[in-house]
Design a protein around this ligand. Structure first.
Ligand code: SF4
Ligand code: SF4
Length: 193
């Protein structure tokens, strides 16, 4: 659109009052809000923090945490190495090496010989699971996995499949609570080794 186009509507910024220009009312309103929160925490038991790990944080139902690679009903990795997730990933943190599927897998041509996600580089946008045509990759509600080194947070196929084993009964993206700590979840090393 040209700058002199008659359809262009020019908006003028609102004129600030004397009080607005002083900024003091805004500062006072901010301090009042902070004081209200402090009073709520001190006297009203309205703390928004939890005593982790004794108390578990409940993430939002649409929270996206660490990935899992799903298995099919035969226990095989569901991924068909189409590379769509790696192509869609804006952070370029998925690295897949596809290879020809075994003759005993007639339902697909390829599968991932290697599947690596750099969980430190990921921005947990969910584009990979949106792109996947076979629902092989999903983000889970797991949020408390840690690593002592960068290498520990680079998840290979084995780790991603182990996340599936630990969360197989959960429905990612529909969490109302973190997945319960099970033997499998506890077995997920945190930091993962
Ligand atoms: S969640 Fe987003 S950034 Fe992370 S691996 Fe998937 S597409 Fe990439
Ligand atoms: S996880 Fe899904 S999108 Fe990514 S390569 Fe495998 S089948 Fe394709």
């Amino acid at each position: 659109m040209r700058p002199d186009d008659p359809k262009l509507k020019k908006l003028e910024p609102p004129r600030l009052t004397f009080g607005d220009r002083m900024y003091l009312p805004q500062i006072a309103a901010g301090l009042l809000l902070t004081a209200k929160h402090m009073a709520g925490v001190a006297f009203g038991n309205k703390a928004i923090t939890v005593q982790y790990p004794e108390e578990q944080h409940v993430p939002s139902p649409n929270y996206r945490g660490v990935h899992r690679l799903n298995k099919d009903d035969q226990g095989r990795v569901k991924c068909v190495a189409c590379m769509l997730c790696a192509t869609a990933c804006p952070a370029h943190c998925i690295d897949i090496v596809g290879t020809t599927a075994p003759d005993t897998w007639p339902d697909r041509e390829k599968y991932p010989a290697s599947f690596v996600i750099d969980e430190l580089r990921c921005i947990y946008c969910g584009m990979c699971e949106e792109a996947c045509p076979v629902d092989a990759i999903e983000l889970t509600g797991l949020y408390d996995l840690t690593g002592l080194t960068r290498e520990q947070m680079i998840f290979d196929k084995t780790k991603l499949l182990s996340v599936y084993d630990a969360t197989r009964d959960a429905e990612p993206m529909r969490y109302t609570a973190p997945p319960p700590k099970t033997a499998a979840t506890e077995a997920l090393p945190s930091p993962i080794s």
